[in-house]
Ligand binder design. Structure first.
Ligand code: WT7
Length: 649
């Protein structure tokens, strides 16, 4: 790893904004000056400029009880009104909000007036189903307009959504429903992926099997046209119910700190954390960053973020940021390579996309497929490119710029997390001279530092742990139902400085390079997975005695899940007769979801442990990455590693 870092830090290419871009840029250097002169005043100005407040706020930040912050506390607003009604009232009702494209090629064009009308009806429907402010609604949908409509309808009522990525299993869905005590689930019969319909309603049925749940109703959007089982009294078709409700709905104002959503993310333990975000501060930073980082001109740009709404990127940069800013965007249901490997580039040509935001893992898999695919399409509409989810290696950065960006578009590498709610570290495209591979500088109004283990800031050309030193508007407000875990996870290491869990380094210019997680969290294709969560899924299988999981470097996905498993003594004979690895991979898919399925599973007799019984993942990572095994002197039994290696060769 340190070799790679040295190479990265010697990356010498620099790309200053073109004169023309700089002259017309939305974000200018004075933002930094304004924010550093008066940070809180700066955010208060943004909140007032970018949002409509039913009741204006007078207080900006209350940090008297860290780590529990409130922002714009005495103000009131309606998040959905800010994303919808006000654009219509301002005369922009005919502007396209969503160019939706289904994987099979069916399309829907939805204007702001139409989206507003749909959300009003959906809000009335949810009200009819008993949803009130503060209630939790689980959303388990494919990338169809109803996903956006459902989220905004929940927000409009001051209720709280918990979107669960459609790739997660019934088990994962159930644990999220239970943790949040959701009273309603919104799902679809199925969605399109890789040329096939994948069932969602089946998974909801499996999740709710046996009753004993807080869920009163399941609202089902018809999309896949696949057959579904039906529980009378509980299940309702969206299209039937929406036809019965009133079209009018007046958005009420809710306090700025009203919870907006819970989104589960993996941590260092087996149980995912329900990250809680609230309304006013979150929407302020979502809108501010979407406008300034992407140089957004809502009247003329066509924006596309390829993330699924099941992730934080989909929440902030598909739903709340773009819609708060009145942007026109593309929403695509399917996978990049269906029905042909140029599908994304075809969509960029078709909709004349001007701002495109995606993940390094996608870029690397396109690099592998070759430039002949994008070259078949006219990508000249693109003027800003973004990257998120993991460090982007300079080769991928250069390919992105050359092949997709025509050698000219700025690329913003945006560092943030589910917990931060919105972008924290990024270049501003008309201001910053770009450096491939570096996320570069904190945004105006955001205070970041890199500390050593003792909490002392490191200097230029030095590495340490990334922290946020001052509260920010879109910061998480807690972990749902678990304030102690919130304090312990993020605030116990450096007091009132937020510990992000990422290693980072300042280069010679004092700019920031992200180096990956420092905890037992893996990053696979830009998605966060916990080693502990996969290990506990593995040991839940009757064959497994013990398991250890590591993230091994992978050319395309960044990291890949590699598992080392010990089979129970009394199961050894049976295990000989089946394909154990295949069986366990399937099991992890069922327990968590296909994204967590190990790339490789090695069956071993022992695991390397310290004398105190801690698994030494570092050594397993050496094995998984095909390297010579490092220092084994702290192992309780130094022979273990040779035993493992002899099993693998
Ligand atoms: C973790 C957060 C933020 C939305 C997607 C992932 C890594 C994210 C970058 C970047 C280097 C990055 C970090 C972070 N990460 N963006 N531009 N450069 N690393 O959200 O699932 O909450 O994961 O993703 O390790 O801690 P998430």
């Amino acid at each position: 790893m340190s070799n790679t870092i040295d190479n990265l830090l010697h990356e010498a290419r620099r790309f200053a904004p073109s004169e023309q871009f700089a002259a017309n840029a939305v974000a200018t250097a004075d933002l930094y000056e304004r924010a550093s002169a008066d940070r809180l005043g700066f955010w208060a100005d943004q909140a007032r400029e970018l949002l409509h407040w039913h009741t204006p706020f007078t207080s900006t930040l209350d940090w008297s009880n860290p780590p529990f912050a409130t922002w714009f506390d005495d103000g009131a607003l309606n998040v959905a009104y800010n994303c919808l009604d006000r654009h219509v009232l301002a005369g922009n009702g005919d502007r396209v909000a969503i160019h939706w494209e289904g994987e099979p090629g069916d399309t829907r064009t939805i204007t702001y007036a139409e989206l507003t009308a749909e959300v009003k009806k959906a809000a009335n429907l949810l009200t009819a189903l008993g949803v009130r402010a503060g209630d939790r609604v689980a959303i388990y949908l494919p990338m169809i307009p109803e996903a956006v409509i459902a989220m905004l309808a929940v927000a409009r009522l001051g209720a709280v959504h918990s979107v669960v990525f459609g790739g997660f299993s019934a088990e994962s869905l159930r644990s999220r429903i239970d943790d949040a005590e959701a009273k309603l689930v919104i799902t679809a019969d199925g969605g399109w992926r890789k040329g096939r319909v994948f069932p969602l309603k089946d998974a909801v049925d499996a999740a709710l099997q046996g009753g004993d749940t807080t869920v009163e109703h399941v609202l089902v959007v018809k999309r896949g046209e696949n057959e579904v089982a039906w529980t009378e009294g509980r299940d309702l078709w969206w299209h039937d119910e929406i036809a019965l409700v009133d079209a009018d709905h007046v958005a009420a104002a809710f306090p700025a700190e009203n919870p907006l959503f819970i989104l589960y993310t993996s941590g260092t333990t087996g149980k995912p954390k329900g990250i809680l975000h609230t309304s006013g501060g979150y929407l302020t930073q979502a809108a501010f960053t979407h406008k300034n980082v992407f140089d957004l001109r809502p009247e003329s740009d066509v924006y596309w973020c390829s993330a699924d709404v099941g992730w934080i990127t989909g929440h902030t940069y598909v739903v709340y940021g773009p819609l708060a800013n009145g942007a026109t965007q593309v929403l695509y249901e399917g996978t990049p390579e269906t029905p042909h490997p140029g599908r994304w580039w075809e969509l960029i040509e078709k909709y004349k996309v001007s701002i495109f935001y995606t993940a390094p893992t996608a870029i690397r898999s396109f690099m592998k497929l070759g430039r002949q695919h994008p070259q078949k399409f006219d990508l000249s509409s693109l003027r800003v490119l973004g990257s998120v989810g993991e460090p982007i290696n300079p080769e991928a950065w250069m390919w992105y710029r050359e092949v997709i960006g025509g050698g000219e578009t700025p690329i913003v590498d945006t560092w943030w997390q589910t917990e931060t709610g919105a972008i924290m570290v990024s270049a501003l495209p008309g201001v910053t001279t770009l450096k491939p591979g570096s996320a570069q500088v904190p945004l105006p109004g955001i205070s970041i530092d890199i500390l050593d283990e003792a909490g002392v800031p490191v200097g230029k050309d030095q590495g340490g742990l990334l922290v946020v030193t001052e509260p920010w508007p879109s910061m998480l407000r807690g972990i749902w139902g678990d304030p102690e875990r919130f304090k312990e996870t993020y605030w116990s290491k450096f007091g009132d400085k937020y510990f992000a869990g990422d290693g980072a380094r300042y280069d010679k210019d004092g700019e920031i390079w992200l180096l990956g997680r420092v905890d037992d969290v893996m990053n696979v294709s830009g998605h966060r997975l916990s080693t502990a969560e996969i290990e506990s899924a593995l040991v839940a299988h009757p064959l497994t005695a013990e398991a250890a999981v590591v993230g091994a470097a992978d050319e395309t996905t960044g990291q890949a899940v590699v598992a080392f498993v010990i089979i129970k003594q009394n199961q050894l004979e049976y295990a000989e007769s089946i394909d154990v690895a295949a069986e366990l991979r399937k099991h992890v898919s069922e327990q968590i979801g296909a994204i967590a399925r190990p790339r490789e599973i090695f069956i071993v007799n022992e695991l390397p442990k310290t004398r105190s019984g801690k698994i030494m993942r570092r050594l397993l990572r050496d094995v998984a990455e095909g390297r010579e095994v490092g220092d084994t002197t702290t192992l309780a039994d130094t022979a273990v590693m040779s035993s493992i290696q002899s099993k693998l060769s």
